[in-house]
Design a protein around this ligand. Structure first.
Ligand SMILES: [Mg+2]
Length: 239
């Protein structure tokens, strides 16, 4: 943990969590986009990995931070590949980050409303849910594709508050993307934490200035357990 304050769970009603790199290991997405897809795309064009990546990188960079970046339909069409089928092929690599599922169960034990807030396309969400059954840990699944704007944009947060009755001043949000965290900060979400090691196979990255960092979601479990042992939670022992 960094030096930032731990959440005061008595002042939090809603918990919004990102999916890839927060609840689920970003290893799958890095493997998919940075290794398997370039190889597959290159092989169809007689290009080796480096040549394929040289051509793909500017096309990826041009869409970063937009809804198209997260859209399987966009990339299936743009690259001439069946992206959902390719993800399905690689599905055994999809997994929770260590301790994430336990943390989600603890939140439910505390009686918090827990929402998945993801930029992932609904088709990607379906592949990941069928592999991990993550939806059973959440009260609601929110894909920014339903709003037509990604989490990087201020409109996302207005729509989240309006359509899903989320009180941002009593909400805790966790994500691994600097641009998304900064947007949440500007939208005045009360408690914001950044996951510093979204891919379990890669080293942690430095925190975004001004935002509390945790190595992974499970690090926040300590603050829940401290609240339970203080007798504030529903699972505390009888007096
Ligand atoms: Mg993420």
């Amino acid at each position: 943990m960094s030096d930032f304050p731990l959440p005061d769970w008595s002042r939090i009603d809603v918990v919004c969590l990102d999916m890839d790199g927060t609840v689920l290991d970003l290893h799958f997405d890095n493997l998919f986009w940075l290794e398997v897809l370039p190889r597959r795309w290159g092989a169809a064009r007689g290009l080796d990995f480096d040549a394929a990546m040289t051509q793909l990188k500017p096309r990826f960079d041009a869409k970063r931070g937009t809804l198209d970046w997260y859209c399987v339909d966009h990339w299936s069409e743009e690259l001439g590949l069946d992206i959902p089928a390719l993800k399905h092929e690689l599905r055994d690599e999809i997994r929770y980050l260590e301790g994430a599922a336990d943390f989600l169960d603890l939140l439910r034990g505390l009686g918090k409303r827990v929402l998945l807030t993801t930029n992932a396309h609904p088709l990607s969400l379906r592949v990941k849910d069928s592999q991990t059954q993550l939806s059973r840990h959440f009260d609601e699944l929110v894909s920014s594709h339903d709003f037509g704007v990604p989490k990087e944009r201020p409109e996302f947060w207005l729509e989240l508050a309006r359509r899903h009755d989320v009180p941002l001043a009593r909400t805790l949000f966790v994500d691994d993307s600097a641009a998304v965290l900064q947007a949440a900060h500007r939208a005045q979400v009360a408690w914001i934490y950044q996951v510093l090691q979204p891919d379990s196979t890669r080293p942690p990255h430095p925190p975004v200035a001004g935002i509390a960092g945790v190595r992974r979601l499970a690090d926040l479990r300590d603050s829940v357990l401290a609240q339970l042992s203080a007798g504030a939670g529903p699972e505390s022992p009888p007096p």
